[in-house]
Design a protein around this ligand. Structure first.
Ligand SMILES: Nc1ncnc2c1ncn2[C@@H]1O[C@H](COP(=O)(O)OP(=O)(O)OP(=O)(O)O)[C@@H](O)[C@H]1O
Ligand SMILES: [Mg+2]
Length: 294
């Protein structure tokens, strides 16, 4: 079977990740690729739009908050059925508090993604992940690595405890095994992202996003992810009649030149700003057309 191609769009909030990943998925699906689009966007997104209208395209929406709730409930019910009440009370409080720990949503999201990656991705030629905003995206990757360290430590502690209380019973053997499985899955997921993911930063032609994107690329490249292509979204129309927009357009051109220079020799794809928000399959197809060489 052909290897699944994996694409991940990254960039700050509102730059167009959901829009562009949807359009890109449409373009891939229209070319005959069996395509899976995974959106991690908690806001109501384009799901209604791209639902079932395009064959070859499957859409999965993950709500990180819900994933975290499920994760906590599962963990609690596992502890409940395996431990005595005293232990349960303590562990339940621990897991309930986990809900408000920074990065916990991303952790739960990675859990879900790791299941999808190893159970579902192979059914598709193309998988597109509409990632969370820039900082969170990086955190996602780091978390999976850090989660690995944390879980390793837990296993070590667990094994020590096992040696101390050899009469602890079967369940103590089961827990390290479960943790080890999870650790292995998360590590495999980050390996998969790093070794076969095509990461595509999206930015606007403005001052701050240039520096931010440079930082994002540096961080990604430092963990072995090469960036070949960037997308600059929402460019103003050429030759605006209005003086105000002429000035803005002039500034935009300078930033676009800077983007090409700073990120050379990477490819820069530009997407014009539409008159209104993207609200139809037609709009998405217009954008898809610009992404067909990607
Ligand atoms: N080229 C464009 N022309 C006009 N509107 C656009 C364009 N690209 C995106 N938009 C609009 O900008 C808004 C933000 O886009 P989108 O939801 O894709 O961003 P996002 O990066 O996914 O945001 P978030 O970080 O919140 O998930 C949407 O209302 C979308 O319709
Ligand atoms: Mg989005």
């Amino acid at each position: 079977m052909k290897r699944t191609k994996l694409y991940l769009f990254c960039g700050k909030g509102g730059v167009g990740k959901t829009t562009i990943s949807s359009a890109f998925s449409i373009s891939k699906a229209l070319k005959g690729n069996k395509t899976l689009l995974i959106s991690t966007d908690p806001a109501p997104s384009l799901s209604d739009l791209i639902d079932t209208e395009i064959c070859n395209l499957t859409f999965i929406e993950i709500d990180p908050q819900k994933e975290l709730e499920n994760y906590i409930e599962n963990a609690i019910s596992f502890v409940k059925s395996n431990f005595n009440l005293e232990v349960f009370d303590k562990v339940e409080a621990f897991f309930r508090n986990m809900g408000s720990t920074p990065g916990a949503e991303e952790f739960a999201l990675l859990e879900r993604l790791s299941h999808l990656a190893f159970e579902t991705f192979h059914n598709y030629n193309v998988v597109v992940i509409d990632t969370a905003p820039t900082g969170t995206t990086l955190q996602l990757l780091k978390n999976s690595l850090r989660a690995g360290e944390w879980l390793k430590e837990l296993i070590t502690q667990r094994k020590k405890a096992e040696r101390l209380k050899s009469a602890a019973g079967e369940v103590f053997k089961e827990i390290p095994l479960q943790i080890e499985n999870r650790l292995e899955r998360l590590e495999k997921l980050s390996d998969l992202f790093i070794s076969s993911g095509t990461f595509i930063p999206i930015l606007l032609a403005e001052k701050l996003p240039i520096a931010e994107t440079a930082r994002l690329i540096k961080e990604l490249e430092s963990i072995g992810i090469q960036i070949d292509t960037l997308i600059v979204n929402r460019l103003l129309p050429e030759n605006p009649a209005d003086r105000f927009f002429q000035k803005r357009k002039h500034q935009e051109r300078l930033y676009l030149e800077e983007i090409r220079r700073v990120f050379y020799p990477r490819r820069v794809i530009t997407i014009p700003m539409k008159e209104t928000d993207i609200s139809s399959v037609k709009d998405l197809q217009d954008i898809a057309e610009l992404l067909k060489d990607l």
